[in-house]
Design a protein around this ligand. Structure first.
Ligand code: SAH
Length: 389
């Protein structure tokens, strides 16, 4: 096995359990794309194994000394509760580094597993990974992969706008899933990520619990998730806003799957930044606003610009709340930590001249565990604020 030797002192983060070795930490050694290598400290002492990626800034991703099939089987076994409690049939089975399989994401939608392989090592082992998923995921009928993740480019892997089935059945155009009392169609070919924001499951339930009787504005609605939970939980009205016509079409299709209820539904194709200003100018107010924007900061370098974006929409939303209204606001920018997000929200509240209480905090659900030694894994933060003025 080839050896990658680290610079003096750079072994520390590996020994602490961080799964990434950056190119700047490497003293010497090279290997082929995705090859299993030995990582050594500056004295040549072996400290870990990893997958080599010559094109990436993340030159080596640490992996356990264990067969791939065992790692997959263990990750699936850790989701046992999801298959027992039946709240949903849509579950993340493998959460990449956090499940000791760097760059491997596997999402289960009613028996159809859709993967993303975003590290060279993962890509090189996809057949083995898919076979293990087929074998160990309960009721699995097929395993496919999406090849369109931006992060593949950084690894020097081909990016394609297609879904390819690796083993078993091809999924249908839309896979129907259930989450609590709500049904969704998942567009596994063209939808975002692997087709659905599984990471917001707990937040959708939290929003539902607080939305009874409310006039709800769901900004960045995608396939309608938060709005459909509010509807199922007795919201008076729900306005779903997204810039993408395709997303709104899917959100409407999803509404048609639900039981009848009296909630008034409205769909608006618009830029949220502009829509919020339009509501302000028209004097339109809401009891409950959800802000779940895409990632504003892709890296630490974009943090300050991202902070301005978050402050802008949160300030506008705070001003549109009726007295005692509620704002559920999210950030999925890994570069922005929870403390900084709180600071941005506090500044927005100050400028809006309103006082808020934090009534809930949300994070990705238990099927998106975060490795304690990998803070980068905790990208998703949610804060539910209630206005008390
Ligand atoms: N809340 C959703 C996920 C949101 S993903 C859920 O729980 O499923 C972010 C969404 O924001 C995408 O659907 C994207 O089309 C939309 N979007 C991105 N920029 C936007 C903008 N400026 N205005 C409105 N929508 C935008």
């Amino acid at each position: 096995m080839k050896t990658i030797r680290l610079r003096k002192g750079r072994e520390r983060s590996v020994l602490k359990g961080h799964p990434w070795v950056f190119s700047g930490a490497v003293e010497s050694g090279e290997a082929a794309t995705g090859e299993l290598v030995e990582v050594c400290d500056s004295k040549g002492e072996k400290i870990a194994l990893g997958w080599y990626s010559p094109a990436s800034q993340i030159r080596v991703r640490i992996v356990p000394d264990a067969p791939i099939a065992d790692l997959v089987a263990n990750a699936v076994a850790r989701r046992g509760d999801f298959f027992v409690n039946c709240y949903t049939n849509a579950v993340r089975l493998v959460n990449a580094e956090n499940d000791l399989l760097p760059g491997v994401v596997a999402d289960y939608y009613a028996g159809h597993v859709v993967c993303q392989f975003t590290s060279a090592g993962a890509d090189a082992r996809k057949a083995e990974i898919a076979n293990a998923l087929m074998k160990f995921a309960p009721g699995c009928v097929g395993v496919s992969e999406r090849l369109d993740a931006d992060s593949r480019e950084k690894e020097g892997l081909p990016v394609e706008q297609t879904l390819k089935t690796i083993c078993g059945e091809e999924p249908p155009e839309f896979v129907e899933i259930t989450e609590g009392q709500v049904k969704f169609l998942v567009d596994v070919r063209r939808g975002h990520k692997t087709g659905f924001y599984l990471d917001q499951r707990d937040a959708r339930a939290t929003v539902g619990r607080l939305a009874n009787g409310a006039d709800v504005l769901n900004c960045f609605c995608y396939s309608g998730g938060f709005g459909l939970f509010a509807r199922a939980c007795g919201a008076e009205s729900v306005t779903q806003v997204d810039i993408s016509g395709d997303a709104l079409a899917l959100a409407k299709k999803n509404e048609a799957l639900q039981h009848y209820c009296g909630t008034k539904m409205e769909y608006v194709e618009a830029d949220v930044f502009q829509f919020l200003r339009k509501c302000r100018d028209a004097g339109r107010k809401f009891d409950f606003i959800v802000l779940d924007p895409p990632k504003f900061a892709a890296s630490k370098g974009q943090l300050m610009k991202a902070a301005r974006g978050y402050k802008d929409i949160n300030l506008l939303a705070m001003k549109l709340l009726k007295p005692y209204g509620t704002l559920a606001t999210f950030s999925c920018s890994g570069a922005m930590d929870a403390a900084f997000f709180d600071t941005v929200l506090a500044e927005a509240a100050e400028d809006a001249h309103r006082k808020f209480q934090v009534v809930a905090r949300t994070r990705a659900g238990a099927d998106h565990p975060v490795l304690l030694s990998f803070p980068e894994g905790a990208y998703l933060k949610g804060v539910v604020l209630r206005s008390i003025t």
